[in-house]
Structure formats: C-alpha cells, structure tokens
Design a protein around this ligand. Structure first.
Ligand code: HEC
Length: 209
C-alpha cells in the first residue's frame, strides 16, 4: 500500500510540473507511466521464463514397456509332479485341514488388520489404530482360538519354538495397542517393527503345507 501510494505521489509530482508548464503536458505522463510499470512487467516475465523448461521435463517419461509385459503370454503351468514343499526349506508343521484353514484365515485377517493400523496411524487416528491392534492382532486373538473345535485350533500342533514366536507376535501387538490407546503416536510407531518382525520371523521358519 505504502509503495503504491509513493508511486502515485511520484506520478502526480511528475504530472504536476508538466501540467503547470504550458507546452508538453502529453509527453510527461507517458514517461511517468513507464517508470511506474517496469517492476510489474519484469515480475511478469520471470515466471514465463521458468515455465519453458517444464514442457521439456514432460517429454522425458516415455517407457511403454509395462504394456508389453502384460501382453506377453506366460508359459503353460502344468500341475507339479513333485510338491512345492520338496523345494521349500522351511520346517513343515503338520496339522489337520480345519486347523490349517483357521490359521490361514487368521493370517489374512492379521494382514488386513496391520494394513488398517498403518492407515489409521498415518491419518493421525492413533487410538483407533490401538483398538484394531488390540482386537485383531493382540493376545485376545489367541484366546479366541480356544473357542474353536479342537481340530481347528492351530496352536496345539505348533512346536514350542513356533508357539513362542506366535506368543511374541500377540504380545508385540498388545504392547503396541496399550501405547497407541494413549494417543502417543511417536512411541506407538516406534513399536511397530517389533510387531512386523514377528510376522517375518515365523514366516521364514515354518510352513503348514
Ligand atoms: C507363529 C507364526 C506366525 C506368525 C507370528 C505370523 N504368521 Fe502369517 N503365516 C504363518 C504360517 C505358518 C503361514 C502359512 C504358510 C504356508 O502356507 O505354509 C502364514 C501365512 C500367512 C499369510 C498367507 C495366508 C494364506 O491365505 O495363505 C498371510 C497374509 C500372513 N501369514 C500374514 C501375517 C502377518 C501380517 C503377521 C504379523 C502381524 C503374521 N502373518 C504372523 C505363521 C505365522
């Protein structure tokens, strides 16, 4: 505002003597306008100069190869003569089909719950993340299994080392839940690797089929 007022004042001063002087009043206002305008035009030109390299960048990404990959037909996949397990170095844990199905169903829910926890944390809904972990990843899940028919409970078929890993995972989730329920996002986030690490450890060591 002040700068504009000063410019107006200067313009008026430039005009005023011209108006007082008799002959060339028309020329001086033109000169006054020129001195007021240069900052504006200079500022307007700068962005135009910056815009020029942008179209050049747009021309860079041109890899249409993913389309070719999906178009490629895979080799036919016959049923394996030898089960995959022969090439799988993880320890095979034998359990009845209902227990296997129950374990895999629980695992898929653990994955979905972990996904929901991360989304809530990212949205700043820390307490909600804690509730999800408490109900679907924590110790509560272990107790829920005891309500299943005996042949659908995975835990009794697990060797002690695997049971320990399972319990560590439930505990890590419950610990995370306890902190997240206080709303402490920073500490809760720092505890997540303990939880995801338990998933990884068990998956590296055991299989059930
Ligand atoms: C105590 C061991 C153990 C822990 C801990 C564990 N898993 Fe698993 N998980 C397994 C086993 C065993 C399988 C089945 C592997 C196979 O197919 O032979 C499995 C399979 C899965 C599957 C595939 C399910 C399917 O339909 O076949 C997912 C997804 C999964 N786990 C997610 C998780 C996530 C996420 C966590 C951690 C929050 C976790 N698991 C923790 C043992 C574990």
């Amino acid at each position: 505002m002040k700068a504009a007022a000063v410019l107006l004042g200067l313009a008026w001063l430039a005009l005023a003597p011209g108006a007082l002087g008799a002959t060339p009043p028309a020329k001086k206002p033109v000169a006054a306008k020129k001195t007021a305008t240069p900052p504006k035009t200079a500022a307007a030109r700068k962005p135009a100069a910056v815009k020029k390299p942008v179209p050049a960048k747009k021309a860079l990404p041109a890899p249409p190869k993913p389309a070719d990959v999906t178009a490629r037909k895979p080799a036919p996949a016959p049923l394996p003569a030898v089960s995959d397990g022969a090439h799988d170095e993880r320890e095979l844990i034998k359990m009845p089909s209902p227990a296997r199905l129950a374990l895999r169903a629980e695992m898929r829910d653990r994955m979905a719950a972990l996904d929901a926890v991360l989304q809530r944390l990212n949205e700043g809904k820390v307490e909600e993340a804690g509730q999800i972990a408490q109900l679907r990843l924590g110790i509560a899940v272990w107790w829920n299994h005891t309500r299943l028919p005996a042949n659908a409970q995975p835990e009794p078929y697990m060797p002690p080392a695997m049971q320990t890993l399972a319990l560590d995972g439930y505990k890590a989730a419950s610990d995370f839940a306890t902190v997240a329920l206080t709303g402490d996002r920073h500490t809760a986030t720092a505890m997540l690797p303990q939880l995801t690490g338990s998933c990884t450890q068990c998956h590296q060591a055991y299989r059930i089929r």
